[in-house]
Design a protein around this ligand. Structure first.
Ligand code: SF4
Length: 419
């Protein structure tokens, strides 16, 4: 990866109230990589404005005044999951009220709902369903690809990839190649949580360990599938465990260059066994974003997930190192199950308003961070290196009338909603 541009000297904070942060500031100004101990200094500094100013200078050197977002739709084909993570308020065990599983046909119809805003990406994640067959996962991707050609399919976390491989009794690499052939364009970054075993034993003891998560990401990257990466913070982790998590991401990025962006996820305790914990503070939200921007010198994008930190706070994050507010996320349910008070999705113009409120210039990006081209009515003309014909599903047309009929997938279309 080419060396990132150095921050302009005049953009750096003129002074720091914390000598430890001042020393980190000298390294940032010189373009030197930050050490583990520097990472600790970032999390422990009382000089929040100095930290934010430093991260902002680095962010502006990379992205100028742009604030990225995309128009995406979430699709959660099932919330049934056997893993039983303490951190999760969303999943259900089979037989428990509120559980569901969509047949492929239902999932495609769900993805088509609310298509008016010309969605350019579908973000697919779900629970680790105990009985769905391997062909369900490849079949769903094929059906989505068939119905929404040119729409980017960001599907299955590293945790799900590992499970799908186990379901199919296949090697992980073979599974990744099968899913890629079926239409998987990239992967979301969920399930990373905190890589340290001590923390995983508290919040997600049955989930794959940090090493397996990183191995799955490595296999995706070397096989041409880019992924995102997250960190769930604000529960039981220490500063050292946060820095360890970020440094491990940086090491893998040095090796593969396959991470598209980093998304810090604030833990929402409501509805979990840890409901007694306070929600993360705004101070911590900003520190994590700024520290990530400074430590992850080989990742282009640090995102502020407005669903989790709130619409009032997300624009502030665009001045603390973040360059991207993620997406419109139509029908977000996972964080809302844990008490998020934000809307379940925002419109394209509302996202632009949020970014402008921070004094940034909105940039509607596609999956490759290239500009989405729309006509004056908002229909997509070009996205994801694909030219759209007006009136097709991804161009913003009302898909229910104009898109091709739903494909039939015998056998897998008989999976019915379950409770
Ligand atoms: S966090 Fe994921 S793996 Fe864990 S219980 Fe929830 S859906 Fe299942």
């Amino acid at each position: 990866m080419p060396r990132p541009p150095l921050p302009r000297p005049e953009a750096l904070p003129a002074r720091f109230s914390d000598p430890a942060l001042a020393r980190v500031g000298e390294k940032v100004a010189a373009g030197e990589r930050l050490s583990f101990d520097d990472g600790l200094a970032l999390f422990r500094t009382p000089d929040l404005l100095g930290l934010g100013g430093l991260a902002n200078a680095v962010r502006e050197a990379r992205h100028g005044n742009l604030g990225y977002y995309n128009v995406n739709r979430y699709l959660n084909p099932t919330n049934l999951c056997w893993v039983d993570c303490g951190l999760c308020a969303w999943a259900r065990k089979p037989g428990v009220e509120g559980g569901y599983t969509m047949a492929i046909r239902e999932a495609v119809a769900e993805a088509a709902a609310g298509w008016h805003d010309g969605i350019t990406e579908i973000h697919v994640v779900g629970g680790l369903h105990p009985t769905l067959p391997y062909d369900y996962y490849t079949g769903l991707l094929r059906a989505l690809r068939e119905r929404f050609p040119g729409v980017h399919l960001k599907a299955w976390t590293m945790v799900e990839l590992d499970w799908i491989a186990r379901v199919g009794r296949k090697e992980l690499v073979e599974t990744i190649l099968d899913l890629k052939a079926a239409g998987m364009d990239s992967c979301p970054g969920g399930g990373a949580e905190i890589f340290a075993r001590r923390v995983r034993d508290i919040v997600c003891t049955n989930k794959i360990d940090g090493e397996r998560w990183l191995e799955a990401a490595r296999l995706c990257h070397v096989n041409g599938v880019q992924t995102n990466v997250t960190m769930l913070y604000g529960h039981f982790e220490t500063d050292e465990e946060r820095v360890d998590h970020l440094v491990r991401i940086r090491e893998l990025q040095d090796e593969t260059g396959g991470f598209l962006g980093f998304i810090p996820l604030a833990f929402h305790p409501e509805g979990t066994p840890f409901a007694h914990l306070p929600a993360s503070s705004g101070l911590l939200d900003l520190k994590v974003i700024a520290a990530a921007r400074l430590l992850l010198d080989n990742l282009d994008h640090v995102k502020a997930y407005w669903v989790q930190i709130g619409e009032k706070f997300a624009p502030v994050a665009l001045h603390f190192g973040a360059d991207d507010l993620v997406g419109t996320v139509t029908e977000e349910t996972i964080t809302h199950a844990a008490g998020a008070k934000t809307e379940a999705g925002l419109g394209r113009l509302e996202m632009e308003r949020l970014i402008r409120s921070a004094g940034r210039e909105p940039f509607e990006r596609d999956a490759f961070y290239e500009r989405v081209v729309r006509d004056p009515s908002g229909r997509v003309l070009r996205a994801n290196r694909h030219d759209f014909v007006p009136g097709t599903a991804a161009s913003g047309a009302p898909a229910a009338q104009e898109a091709p009929p739903l494909p039939l997938h015998p056998g897998l279309d008989t999976v019915v909603a379950s409770s």
